[in-house]
Design a protein around this ligand. Structure first.
Ligand code: HEC
Length: 95
């Protein structure tokens, strides 16, 4: 029984991990323009996952991007820069 009580928090951690990855995208409102598979104003997470590096993500957040994927531009997301690494991992999970 004691062992089970020790294991439970571990399971909770494992289950919570993917949810947290999506949360960081929701938290910074990336989902307004990006979606897992449906094309919105910006490219899908699946397309992004296939092409972008962590440096691309950071650059897009700091300076914005335009002309790389289509006609629409992405404005800089200064509040999200601190979470660039977590955002990159969340996007890369769509591969
Ligand atoms: C106002 C709409 C909008 C929001 C909000 C937005 N994006 Fe974008 N994003 C775009 C568009 C449009 C493009 C394509 C720009 C282009 O063609 O160069 C893009 C491109 C990107 C790219 C590709 C960069 C590259 O170098 O190829 C990444 C990565 C990205 N977005 C991540 C994010 C993340 C993470 C967030 C949330 C913090 C976010 N975006 C929020 C519209 C948005």
């Amino acid at each position: 029984m004691k062992r089970l009580t020790l294991m439970l928090p571990l399971f909770a951690l494992i289950l919570a991990a993917p949810v947290q990855a999506e949360d960081v995208l929701a938290k910074h409102k990336c989902n307004t323009c990006h979606d897992a598979k449906a094309k919105k104003l910006g490219p899908t997470y699946k397309d992004l996952a296939a092409k972008v590096t962590e440096a691309d993500v950071k650059n897009a957040l700091q300076k914005g991007v335009k002309g790389k994927w289509g006609k629409a531009a992405m404005p800089p997301q200064p509040k999200a820069v601190a979470d660039a690494s977590a955002l990159y991992k969340a996007i890369a999970a769509y591969k």
